[in-house]
Design a protein around this ligand. Structure first.
Ligand code: SAH
Ligand code: SF4
Ligand code: F3S
Length: 436
């Protein structure tokens, strides 16, 4: 089988489950779709350009399918959009299986039925799926593991399609999460990434409600686990308790990824984000004061409908004031069905390009400044791999997610080490291992 995953870490985690399921059916992985018997695409639709990419790939597959009868299965967020599945039926009708985000667990059955009946399968539910436990999983790393703690999103930011394709929020039970964490740790994993579209809403729908901060305290107790990361918290409901856990925990990495989207209170309101510029900055300051040295990253959208030069300057203001370590920056992409798609004053492409470049230039400054601050420090790192550029060198990840390259032997991969950051290279370091 061959799999191509688009989109976020939640989708990556779903793909790990797809791989786990088909490998239990006897499939073996290949990197070459031309020689695969089963090709799976796990799609994303958060931005528009992914559609062209998918249809391009499907076009390429037609001839290969004619030659060797490849089974083509497409799933993920984009398949929850009716205009997409309609287009596949019309123009790419040689696709065998279309499955949605709520029916992952049926995939082996869908695949089996397709093989038996040679009929096309469409397995999409509009209603919210339940939480399924115990699916097989084939993890991409044996050092770090992603653990989805909740599904869906209730926030309906006006630009975003995720709530429409992923359904309402539902949380996994803490005991199931802990069991999974214990399992991966027993297999050698040192770091877990807890995933959800808004982890601050974790636990609200449970029979026995529990907060995200409480969940972190439970995960922290797992022996042998070294590091905990999480994505994504929403600024509107980030609790003091969560800040406290990050400040005092030995395992929760002091790295806060807190999507801002815009620095303009006017736009934030139009985006339905439920916070103002001032509230965002105050929250960031509070976190930075309580957790000295915390690394701060964010998501920013440029060119939301109606964004003026003034609005954009407010975004630059916040970038300067908070001094982000890095940011994911996105050009606004119109998603049909979302409220923002029908807002007036869609911003001109050239204007967006100019703003985008200015934002990147400023972010380069703030991240370089932060990177310099740590030179000379001794940091605990997770050794992830051999450095491909130079023999005898290893690559480790700092708590703030940056990388450091240093001398060491490859038997150390997957363990923790203390490394002195000797030289900064803008967004990574060269270091020396401190032997205990
Ligand atoms: N749930 C997370 C992120 C989900 S999507 C959160 O709320 O932070 C990841 C990022 O994609 C978002 O933070 C946003 O910056 C970006 N994004 C979402 N929809 C977008 C759109 N229509 N156009 C451009 N960027 C978008
Ligand atoms: Fe989209 Fe907003 Fe939900 Fe994030 S919180 S997934 S941006 S609707
Ligand atoms: Fe994309 Fe779906 Fe994730 S739309 S960003 S893959 S939740």
């Amino acid at each position: 089988y061959y799999i191509l995953t688009m989109g976020c870490q939640l989708n990556e985690n779903d793909s790990e489950k797809l791989c786990g399921m088909v490998e239990e059916m006897g499939y073996k992985p290949t990197d070459d779709y031309k020689e695969a018997d089963l090709v799976m695409f796990n799609t994303c639709c958060v931005r528009e350009n992914a559609e062209d990419k998918l249809f391009g790939k499907l076009g390429e597959l037609k001839r290969i399918k004619e030659q060797r009868g490849t089974i083509i299965a497409i799933g993920g967020c984009m398949m929850q959009e009716k205009h997409i599945t309609d287009k596949i039926h019309e123009s790419y009708s040689y696709t065998d299986i279309i499955f949605g985000t709520h029916t992952l667990q049926n995939f082996p059955e869908d695949l089996y039925n397709t093989m038996q009946s040679k009929k096309k399968m469409l397995d999409i539910m509009d209603i919210d799926g339940e939480v399924y436990e115990g699916l097989p999983i084939k993890r991409t790393s044996n050092i770090k593991a992603s653990v989805t703690i909740m599904y869906g999103c209730n926030n309906f930011c006006t630009y975003c399609i995720v709530p429409y394709v992923r359904g309402r929020e539902r949380s996994r039970k803490p005991e199931d999460i802990i069991k999974e964490v214990k399992q991966v740790v027993s297999e050698g994993v040192k770091e877990v990434m807890l995933l959800g579209q808004n982890v601050n809403s974790y636990g609200k729908t449970l029979e026995e409600p529990m907060s995200f901060a409480e969940l972190l305290r439970e995960v922290e107790k797992v022996e042998g686990l070294e590091r905990i990361r999480f994505m994504t918290p929403h600024p509107k409901d980030l609790s003091d308790d969560l800040i406290e856990v990050m400040a005092t925990s030995k395992k929760v990495c002091k790295h806060m990824h807190l999507p801002m989207q815009s620095g303009s209170s006017r736009l934030l309101k139009l985006m339905n984000r439920h916070y103002t510029k001032e509230q965002y900055v105050a929250l960031a300051k509070k976190i930075q004061e309580r957790i000295p040295g915390v690394s701060f990253t964010t998501d920013i959208i440029v060119g939301f409908p109606g964004e003026t030069e003034e609005d954009f300057k407010e975004t630059l203001d916040v970038v300067r004031e908070v001094g982000f370590d890095s940011a994911y920056t996105y050009v606004y992409s119109k998603r049909s069905g979302t409220p923002a798609a029908s807002m007036e004053d869609q911003v001109d492409k050239d204007v967006i390009k100019d703003r985008f470049d200015r934002l990147l230039a400023l972010l380069k400054e703030t991240s370089a400044k932060n990177c310099k601050k740590k030179v000379g420090d001794i940091e605990r790192v997770l050794i992830e791999e051999e450095n491909t550029h130079e023999e005898g060198m290893l690559t480790g990840r700092l708590e703030n997610n940056l990388l450091v390259h240093f001398k060491g032997c490859k038997e150390q991969i997957g363990t923790m080490a203390d490394v002195k950051l000797v030289e900064e290279k803008g967004f990574y370091y060269m270091g020396e291992q401190i032997h205990g």
